[in-house]
Design a protein around this ligand. Structure first.
Ligand code: SF4
Length: 86
């Protein structure tokens, strides 16, 4: 059965096996990829309770994911984190 995650990635990729335990797999992608200007509060609340948060954030940073909330951070927050760590 295909994994139903909020991520627009290939679930057959073994690098993405952590998504099996992703809390967002139980929700729709709308919280994690909100329309521009929409709130990310609900996505961040779910991320705060997700056991995969750190690996999710690491994946997003490693793969330069530009859109959506990953590991509890918005695209702007990930951009600022990358910039601060240079
Ligand atoms: S940290 Fe958030 S975006 Fe990442 S897997 Fe968990 S719920 Fe999904």
């Amino acid at each position: 059965m295909p994994i139903k995650t909020a991520f627009p990635t290939d679930p057959a990729d073994s690098e993405l096996s952590w998504q099996d335990s992703a809390l967002c797999a139980q929700t729709g992608p709308e919280f994690f990829f909100p329309e521009p200007g929409s709130s990310t509060r609900e996505a961040k609340r779910l991320c705060g309770a997700c056991d995969m948060r750190s690996v999710c954030l690491e994946y997003a940073l490693t793969h330069d994911e530009r859109f959506g909330v990953w590991g509890g951070l918005s695209e702007k927050e990930r951009y600022e984190l990358r910039r601060a760590s240079r």
